[in-house]
Ligand binder design. Structure first.
Ligand SMILES: NC(=O)C1=CN([C@@H]2O[C@H](COP(=O)(O)OP(=O)(O)OC[C@H]3O[C@@H](n4cnc5c(N)ncnc54)[C@H](O)[C@@H]3O)[C@@H](O)[C@H]2O)C=CC1
Ligand SMILES: O=C(CO)COP(=O)(O)O
Length: 328
């Protein structure tokens, strides 16, 4: 029997990962923040609030007790929204089980990548990052999916691939956690921009241009932070962008689409429980990029719209008025 895997966060993605990783030979523990939610999940085996239609296998135990979830676990998957990762890590006891960071975002206010947050708050633990084109409902349904697992520690990445991989959930190893993180965080911002373009009637040419130039600016930021160029053409880069920035099933793209069609951010966020990571990451990515003198025009436009500094029309006009330059 393998050691338990702990999945910290019982939203759509944590639930889908629990289902994908459940095996007869190794228990999975799923930690939910709220006791009532944990109790309901454990009893009903369904997560109607975040992933309707999926069923938790019997080898998954749900708890809201963090110590119980993490005790003796071989690895802790961190699957809360990015802005809550620091809060979660602060509650973790010291330990040496590695962290596999599965959230996609950059910390608002500090501009920190999640590996940087984890290095500061959980210094005793080895780190890896999981990212890629992964709609949670498809993973939960066992549809074929490929992801990147990246770590500076190659034996750790290899052991995670061996434990997590299956014919329908195929992890590829990468030595570039920084590139993978930057790609996964920024694709949400670019997806908002692509939704905005379609919602505002600018057309599919405009969306393709935003997607491509969005990947170029993401790559610039990633390289400035120490990432590798090939990562941005991989699953966590182009792969996830192709999925998220073209599908109304993406929450980020759908937010942009609705804003472009005239809804207000207030209307779209009011009473909402599911996360739209790109809304917070747009400003956080800019903050980080400014420190490295990297220009992110598309993220700037998205942040200006989301943070109320520009109308969609003015922000898009600003992008179109930029000087012509060499591609790259
Ligand atoms: N849903 C998806 O298809 C995928 C999501 N992700 C990433 O996984 C992360 C989690 O997303 P989802 O599971 O989709 O979220 P979700 O929108 O389904 O659920 C939100 C989750 O956040 C939790 N939460 C709210 N406030 C919190 C707090 N203060 N502290 C801790 N947790 C809190 C809620 O309890 C809930 O579990 C995000 O970074 C997302 O980008 C990555 C790949 C796929
Ligand atoms: O990260 C995702 C797919 O890879 C999910 O995207 P959304 O958060 O935009 O729904």
């Amino acid at each position: 029997m393998s050691a338990p895997i702990a999945i910290l966060g019982a939203g759509a993605w944590g639930t889908a990962l629990a289902i994908a990783l459940a095996r007869d030979d190794g228990p999975v523990r799923l930690w939910a923040r709220r006791a009532d939610h944990a109790g309901w999940l454990q009893q009903s085996r369904h997560n109607d609030a975040y992933l309707p239609g999926a069923r938790l296998p019997d080898s998954v135990t749900v708890t809201n007790d963090l110590d119980q979830a993490t005790n003796d676990a071989s690895v802790l998957l961190v699957v809360t929204p990015a802005q809550h990762v620091a809060g979660l890590l602060q509650q973790l006891k010291r330990g040496d089980a590695p962290l596999l960071l599965c959230a996609k975002g950059i910390e608002r206010g500090s501009g920190r990548l999640l590996t940087e947050v984890a290095r500061e708050l959980a210094p005793s633990r080895a780190l890896a990052v999981l990212s890629g084109p992964t709609f949670a409902d498809e993973v939960a349904a066992g549809k074929p999916t490929a992801v990147t697992i990246a770590s500076d520690d190659d034996p750790l990445a290899a052991s995670l691939v061996a434990r997590i991989g299956s014919p329908s959930f195929r992890p590829y190893r990468s030595p570039d956690p920084i590139g993978v993180e930057v790609a996964g965080a920024c694709k949400n911002v670019i997806a908002i921009a692509c939704g905005l373009a379609i919602g505002a009637g600018l057309g599919e040419n405009a969306r393709a241009a935003l997607l491509t130039r969005g990947l170029a600016e993401t790559t610039r930021l990633g390289l400035a932070l120490g990432g590798r160029p090939e990562t941005f053409a991989g699953l966590a880069g182009l792969g996830d962008l192709a999925l998220t920035a073209t599908s109304p099933r993406s929450r980020n793209y759908a937010l942009g689409l609705a804003l472009g069609e005239g809804a207000t951010l207030d209307e779209l966020m009011r009473g909402r429980s599911s996360v739209v990571e790109g809304a917070a990451t747009a400003g956080a990515a800019l903050l980080r990029a400014n420190r490295h003198s990297v220009e992110l025009p598309i993220a700037q436009a998205v942040a200006d719209i989301i943070e109320g500094r520009a109308t969609i029309r003015d922000a898009m006009r600003g992008l179109l008025a930029r000087p012509f330059k060499a591609e790259g």
